[in-house]
Design a protein around this ligand. Structure first.
Ligand code: C2E
Ligand code: CA
Ligand code: CA
Ligand code: CA
Length: 276
């Protein structure tokens, strides 16, 4: 009814105001959260499709807020980007990931670490220096680091991005395109940029067993990647049927709850010894 409609709008406005207040509050608190060591990293295994063994891990940040509990990145990354605080937070994530990679290496486990780098970080002049510094300080060899960058971040296709990717590659660092296929997929950047890995977005993996179009997209992205000399990773793999299909389609690597959700560094160490 009309009355109900009105109520709904009233409720919605209220929610919107609450949301705005909460966003503002989080933005204010982000500043001190880094100093107060409220962030931590979880790691999600990446698995070699053919061998069934862990081929690397992706670092995923969490915020342990003193009052609100654990806040997932979807609730604060965009706020950190808008306020430029992602520069400091992203540098912290990179440094911690490199230290952790070195710890695993020293323990005799060569684990490639993937770190998400946001568009705001990538646009920053110092992004290459920041990554190089993190590697040097941790004494982690570059070949054990991968950076994951979303398509939308590289659409500008600027010389700065080409230079950054080339410089990273010279260190042995690999570049992955995250959420491939979702945003403004353009073949133009695939031929211009030095890219090593395509990550097929979860939204194509979800229904690839039942939806023929999704399956064809998966097949085509795998072939596209391979034809361009890239490795292809599927994200969000939740069941055996999806994995079997990805194997048939020749996908190289997968990630998803089927193998493991993101877990702590010690849990990764256990997985490395048991499942490798
Ligand atoms: P992403 O890079 O696409 O990461 C994959 C997300 O999907 C992660 O969520 C992961 O926990 C989740 N996931 C993995 N496997 C499955 C599955 O089988 N099923 C389902 N339903 N979900 C799965 P998370 O950790 O909440 O991260 C969300 C997004 O936040 C990431 O998406 C990434 O864009 C961003 N993010 C996380 N950590 C960082 C960071 O350190 N820096 C930046 N810039 N962004 C980050
Ligand atoms: Ca990612
Ligand atoms: Ca994704
Ligand atoms: Ca993403």
């Amino acid at each position: 009814s009309k009355a109900q409609g009105k109520n709904t709008y009233h409720w919605f406005d209220h929610e919107l105001i609450q949301e705005t207040i909460r966003k503002y509050q989080l933005e204010q608190e982000l500043m001190s959260a880094l100093e107060q060591e409220q962030f931590y990293l979880l790691y999600q295994p990446k698995v070699d499709v053919k061998k069934g063994v862990i081929s690397g891990v992706e670092a995923l940040v969490r915020w342990k807020h003193p009052d609100l509990g654990v806040i997932p990145p979807i609730d604060f990354i965009s706020i950190a980007e808008e306020s430029q605080q992602i520069i400091a937070l992203g540098a912290w994530v990179m440094q911690q990931s490199c230290y952790q990679g070195k710890r695993w290496l020293d323990a005799g486990q060569e684990v490639a670490i993937s770190v998400n780098v946001s568009a705001v970080q990538l646009a920053h002049d110092d992004v290459y220096e920041m990554i190089k510094r993190a590697l040097t300080e941790a004494a982690l060899p570059g070949y054990l680091l991968q950076v994951e960058i979303t398509e939308s971040a590289i659409m500008e296709n600027s010389n700065h991005i080409i230079d950054t990717f080339s410089q990273l590659r010279a260190l042995g660092v690999k570049v992955a395109i995250d959420d491939f296929g979702v945003a403004y997929s353009s073949l133009n950047y695939l031929r211009r940029l030095p890219i090593d890995i395509l990550k097929i977005d979860k939204s194509f993996v979800d229904d690839c067993v039942t939806n023929q179009k999704d399956r064809m997209i998966v097949r085509t992205v795998v072939q596209l990647g391979h034809n361009l000399g890239m490795s292809v990773t599927a994200e969000g793999v939740e069941d055996e049927a999806q994995l079997a299909l990805l194997k048939t389609e020749g996908c190289d690597e997968y990630q998803g709850y089927l193998f493991s959700k993101p877990v702590s560094a010690p849990e990764i160490s256990e997985l490395l010894f048991s499942k490798r």
